[in-house]
Design a protein around this ligand. Sequence first.
Ligand code: MN
Length: 324
Amino acid sequence: MIRCIVQKLLSARNVLIMTHLRPDGDALGSSFGLRQFLRDNGISAEVIIPMSMPNRYRSLCHGELAAVSREEFAAYDLAVTVDCANSERLGCGSELSLEYLKSGNFINIDHHKGNSLDVSCALLDPEAASACTIVAEILLQSGREISPQCATFLLSGMMTDTGCFCFANTNGRALRTAAAMTDCGADVEKIANNIFFNKELNQLKFESELTGEHLKTACNGKFAYMYIPETLLEKYHFDLKEDEGLIDIVRSVSGTVIAMLCHRRQDGFRVSLRSKNKSFPVGSIARQFGGGGHEMAAGCTIEAADFSTVEKIMLQCMENLFNA
Ligand SMILES: [Mn+2]
């Protein structure tokens, strides 16, 4: 399959790259890394970001495109989705993309369990720590040079999806592909300073009040959770697209096995879950509420009138999980 993908990529003239809504480091790293590789090889390529770029990625990733018209879609002879598990998560004018998916030349590269994008040319590998790992493996097999810029994008996604190689998905393969990207000239310092040590002071103050006032624990400290009230979002003008990493504050509490972050959305309450112990996976809990993700990192949306209802539901889930 890798050979087939390499061949499709290198024989394309104009490639459209798409990823999931609310793009994270892996979504952006794999999209922009692939774009860079194609451009380095004289192939024109564009990334569609379905919404504005989170601040922490602004200095690394340029060239966002809000939407693509029907005419523009027709100009691409190959489309690639990276890190995107299903059509609902595919941002960029889903209907047009789906139309393209049915008719066009499409490649689907992902590491989510249960990827449901029906594409004949797919490289789906839930064992891979990040989509960037899979993209790196494809590019390494192409025999073409991987530029330092391309390697920097791919390493940034590998680092964000593994929590800088701290999470349980970190394995030898994740580290080997990361090492290969470093050998290709990936700029680790640039990634660190742009993504990990680059927080607005206002965000730090927001996080401080959020943690001070809204972090709770239950189940003898094994479950830690935080609800982000809308009043606090308003007070600090905090945009939820900057929330990547907020849940790691909850995860970092000593003794915590499951961490949860929750905020209100139009369609209900968005719940993000992380597990620190493979014996207590959260993927099935998220799927139970129509959500998805990975076994150790998952999310769902729960319809409820208020957070205290969500809190009761999740506390019950945790009791069941820990007492199973
Ligand atoms: Mn990912």
